[in-house]
Design a protein around this ligand. Structure first.
Ligand code: AMP
Length: 473
């Protein structure tokens, strides 16, 4: 259920990690056979009591990497009186907080009386007040709402042993770090502190230097290996109407089980969801203006297959873990390169192959370059017969690597890089399917000699892609 990464020198079993047998039993129930690399590296350090800062993204098994040692702490009772939390997990979003809470309950189900409470923005205060007046073991919270309760004296941190900052980079981006520091200041100095972040850059190091004590640094996977099971495709678009037609085509792909379509704004998410609904798609929007009940309902529908398409904004979709998401479509490119990785990581879950389709217009060239630089991977340009863009982007060298840029006039001949680009992209752009003998092959289920129908190199540097649409036939 996680993105497979090479184990390298770390090759240990869960049993060797000295976790409480009740936790091991719950892990076995979850069907995990071996710890992921982040778990193998982080768990021993955490059980030894060290502070840890780790760069690990969703999909690497990072939640269990901190939750298993946290539960391990809870397996031993403490003498400190009080009913406040022993573990505090801070997350940037409500969705992530709910997933962390679910993970705590899943891995802690055989430990006696573990009480997990989520304190999230957008939820009613009276219920939260009631939850906080009872004994709590694990408190999972978004910083803003937690501060409210803290200031009203409703939280007692005397028993707190461990504080986890999940997706700390995101909390930094969202302006939560001051709140996080205020919360940390209210906890005992003896606490163990864990920081998880997509990247460990200067800004994160600064936060860590204030909140962590001689932390062990753990770095698991480069962006590259994380994205290996996701095929990234780029479609150049002329305008909104072209985008809509392309989207329609991609959504018509019969291989698409479930998709998340990302838009730049909440309003666009609503509008697009309405349009797709009017066209007969099982679709809903998910964004920050919805109340918690609406969001939970939408996510449940997505999980149980009641929705085929979710139109979402970045923050709302962060952390969504639904194995049937075969496609992520960037209707609008994300503002931050890092969000691109988070977005496309919603597909290719559970070791499956995923397809990430991005639409880019002429004005997106800088964004695109930034994303490609961040991931270290080029996104291959594709066209769909009948839906080709009117403008022809130019491909130019960029540090030995050809990166698309824009602005080439229609008739200009392709740059020498484009041929090279074609060959390489042909090797990476694949669809899994079955051939006529029923064997699993790359190439959308076509036999090798038929592949050219699905992916045809052309002189413009594009590949022609067929989304195996029933409609197109
Ligand atoms: P995360 O990176 O925490 O979002 O986890 C991604 C997915 O990996 C979740 O669906 C987890 O249930 C799953 N997972 C976590 N640890 C393991 C493991 N050791 N083996 C298999 N799947 C795992």
């Amino acid at each position: 259920m996680y993105i497979q990464l090479p184990l390298g020198k770390y090759n240990v079993s869960f049993e060797a990690l000295n976790l409480n047998p009740s936790i091991i039993k719950a892990i076995q129930d979850a069907g995990y056979t071996a710890p992921t690399p982040i778990q193998q590296q982080a768990i021993p350090e955490l059980i030894a009591g060290h502070d840890v800062m780790a760069s690990a993204q969703t999909g690497t098994g990072k939640t269990a990497a901190f939750m298993l040692p946290a539960l391990n702490l809870l397996a031993t009772p403490v003498k400190t009186p009080g009913r406040g939390p022993r573990i505090l997990v801070l997350t940037p979003t409500r969705e992530l907080a709910l997933q962390v809470s679910e993970a705590a309950m899943k891995y802690g189900k055989y430990l006696p009386r573990i009480k997990v409470v989520s304190i999230l923005g957008g939820m009613p205060y009276p219920l939260q007040n009631r939850l906080l007046s009872q004994p709590v073991d694990i408190l999972v919270a978004t910083p803003g709402r937690l501060i409210d309760h803290l200031q009203r004296g409703r939280i007692d941190f005397k028993r707190l042993q461990m504080m986890v900052l999940d997706e700390a980079d995101r909390m930094l981006d969202m302006g939560f770090i001051e709140d996080v520091e205020t919360i940390a200041a209210a906890t005992p100095a003896t606490r163990q502190t864990l920081l998880f972040s997509a990247t460990l850059d200067d800004a994160i190091n600064k936060v860590a230097s204030k909140l962590l004590k001689s932390p062990k640094r753990i770095q698991v996977a480069s962006q590259k290996s994380k994205l290996e099971n996701i095929e990234q495709r780029l479609h150049y678009v002329d305008d909104l109407s072209h985008k809509n037609r392309l989207l329609n085509h991609v959504l018509g792909d019969e291989k698409l089980k479930q998709a998340i379509v990302f838009t730049a704004t909440k309003r666009d998410a609503d509008t697009l969801a309405d349009n797709l609904y009017a066209q007969g798609h099982a679709v809903a929007a998910l964004h920050g203006d919805m109340n918690q009940r609406e969001r939970t309902r939408t996510l449940t529908r997505l999980r149980n297959g009641g929705l085929r398409v979710l139109v979402a904004t970045d923050v709302a979709a962060r952390g969504i873990d639904v194995p049937d998401i075969t496609h992520v479509i960037n209707f609008d490119l994300p503002k931050f390169a890092e969000d691109y990785v988070h977005r496309i990581g919603r597909t290719g879950r559970a070791g499956a192959e995923g397809i990430a389709v991005s639409f880019a217009s002429q004005k997106d060239s800088t964004h695109l370059t930034r994303i490609e630089r961040y991931t270290g991977q080029r996104i291959d340009a594709h066209t769909i017969p009948g839906l080709e863009p009117r403008f022809k982007p130019r491909f130019k060298g960029n540090g030995g690597k050809d990166t698309p840029s824009f602005g080439q006039k229609r008739k200009r001949s392709p740059s020498p890089f484009s041929a090279n680009r074609d060959q390489r992209s042909f090797a990476v752009a694949n669809e899994f399917g079955r051939n006529s003998n029923g064997q699993r092959v790359r190439g959308g289920g076509l036999d090798q000699n038929n592949r050219s129908n699905a992916f045809r190199n052309n002189s413009s540097g594009f590949k022609t892609t067929q989304y195996s649409s029933a409609r197109g036939k």
